[in-house]
Design a protein around this ligand. Sequence first.
Ligand code: SF4
Length: 478
Amino acid sequence: MCGIAGVFKLENAESLVQQILFAIQHRGQESCGLAVRARDGAVHSHRGMGLVKNVLSPELLAQFQGDTAIGHVRYPTAGSSNLLNTQPHAIDLAEGPHIAICSNGDIINYGEIRARLEKEHGFTFKSDNDAELIGRLIAFYHVIHKEPVEEAIFKTQHELKGAFSSLLMYRDKLYAFRDPHGLRPFVMGHVDYQGGAQIPSQGTVFSSESCGFGIVGAQMLREVEPGEIIKLEPGAPIETVRRGEKERRHCVFELIYFSRPDSLCFGELVYDVRNKIGAALASRDHDLPLGDDLVVIPVPDSSNFVAHGYARARNLPYEMGLLRNHYVGRTFIQPSQKKRDEGVKQKFNPLPAYFPGKRVVLVDDSIVRGTSLRKIVRMLKTSGAKEVHVRIGSPPVIGPCYYGIDTPTEEELVANRMSVPDIAEFLSADSLRYLDIGDFSSILKFPETFCYACFNKDYIYPPQDFGHKLNVPDTQRC
Ligand code: SF4
């Protein structure tokens, strides 16, 4: 998971991109960067390790002024803290012109395409990053095969296997394109669209999530559709091409965990979906007796709305019994168990004198390894909770993700090693219930358009396609 942002033909595009990136910082905290086209046509880029507010400071932005810009926040993964792999990539080809590209996703056939470009066509790569591969493949079709850029993007789009929501700056144009399955979210907005069939290119903005638009005064227009190529050119309306759309497979985990609750994602209001997940969990929980001592507590923040939906459905008190330190990042993506354990202690603290005598419904969005949740359950019991009943807003995670989410290997996923009662015992929980996978059909508007592979291993690409991917370092991820 990463986040991307783009702005076309607006004053101080670099600041607007910085603000969108700030709004989608939850999608990646390892590093960030931007590329700006200055008024003289030159493309400048800056990338650094760390948060948007530190790397893309006002002092730095003052040196990078322009009217078109793209930017990226990167998701931290083990062994990937490497400046070369940060985005956007500026590709200054000996064979042709300068382009800048950023992307969110994961390319399954990365190794195969890179080997071909290197061995057969003499390309040199500066990083191990998917976005550079996408940029060089487009350059290959455009510069060597003399295809128009739109055709080069189309060929690239259909040669790549995997997830990619991408922005490409080329001369005075900006292109937005997405993989044909639409795995990762990608939305388009406008700062002054007044209606009408033709939308002017000038003033168009892009973001991984719609929560990035309010901060720059943009209204959401729509999603960049799966398989679509959008072309923005100065003085022209938005042009769009869509050919060869494939079966939609939106990542359902975006709705469960990754996206911000105030985003509109895949046609769904994220907070609404999470509320409904909570209600679905509650509807199966009649064997847990009500009582004055029963309270519902989320593991903040991604479970807040699920817990709220559960509490409302059963008419129970909803309490923020666990306080979260917002200066600690997402713990499950920390590279070692020791770091994850330290992260849980730094991140969560129970309300003092609140838990004695209480039965707690503790709601979390998912269980990956189970080790963080075990620490939280123990924390509540040590604080005096009489019982802790764990409710999970997703089905058991049994398969790793190969499309841009850094979930662990199958062996590390606790639901692969243990039955539900055994996981409850491992957590020291008095009971444990997951969301039933079938409940998605009553929660989502178009449940058949989603990927559920981490719950049912029904991957878009057959497992043999992942062979080389499993043997490469995480540095190839977005
Ligand atoms: S495997 Fe899971 S995390 Fe990955 S895209 Fe599919 S639903 Fe999302």
